[in-house]
Design a protein around this ligand. Sequence first.
Ligand SMILES: *Cc1c(COP(=O)(O)O)cnc(C)c1O
Length: 345
Amino acid sequence: MVMTMEKANIDWANLGFGYYKTDKRFVSMYKDGQWDEGKLTDDENIVMNECACVLQYAQTCFEGMKAYETVDGRVVIFRPDMNAQRMHDTAKRLEMAPYPEDKFVEAVEQVVKANLKYVPPYGTGASLYIRPYLFGYSPVMGVKPANEFMFRIFVSPVGPYFKGGSKPITLKVSDFDRAAPNGTGHVKAGLNYAMSLHAIVTAHNEGYAENLYLDPQTRTKVEETGGANFLFITKDGKVVTPKSPSILPSITRRSLVYVAQHYLGLEVEEREVLLSELDDFAECGLCGTAAVISPVGKIVDHGREICFPSGMDVPGEITKKLYDTLTGIQYGKIEAPQGWIKTIA
Ligand SMILES: *Cc1c(COP(=O)(O)O)cnc(C)c1O
């Protein structure tokens, strides 16, 4: 039980969403066609060749997940098998050696167990962010994949992703594109983030919290933001989420869809969502591991303001119910669907 465990001396209530060095991280190497056993290490630094594929051609991908302390003092992780599978799919798309899915889950467990004192206490709103990543390690000069890879996992205690908690945010319809049709939008590649940095800095400078990206082909359909999927609520209480082959399949979004259907009895539509129909929705939220759901109050399309009836002060009613139910499941207050919660300690 963690209740008796000594916690790190951290001001949990004032943690931001940033890197915090913890004690142990996991590392495994792929060489000569196979993965080694992998081990925990104290060393947070990586030394590699100047011509490593990741440095020259951005052959890298990552995952993001969290460990929580539950109301009854257990430490749990949420659906790690889903992250394992998604990283497998990403590795394939980027011509990297996938890390075996069962070993992925075991390694996540090992790292969390080795850093239990950094799992924020229940009730602080903070959690332990888990960052698995995989990259091309060997040198390549001509454009080709590496043949040696490194898989690592570190953890970092984090506060809520958006400062100011669940205050609704304002989005900008971006003039930049996130993911090309037939590109890499559906996998968690570092390169998707590299090319979004200019767009997000631009949006922040203009006072927006995030970008809404459209489909690049027609620029009429809503895709997602830089790091979160959309959920909309219709005026008659239906959940609508955009469907597109270039959206990253968010585990939070897929879990919220299940929660909407099976816990809240709501109807869910996964379909193309047009920019021109946003005015018809009652509520809007962004979903991802970092924030679970961040309510959106307003979307600005080149001066045209789309204001959701839920307003700029509080989350929409159904958005809040979805948030409360999923976080209730994660914190062990509401019974979870089979296989969603893995107890670590
Ligand atoms: C990681 C990510 C998400 C959120 O996925 P979760 O599995 O819910 O954390 C959404 N969009 C993009 C582009 C992402 O990279």
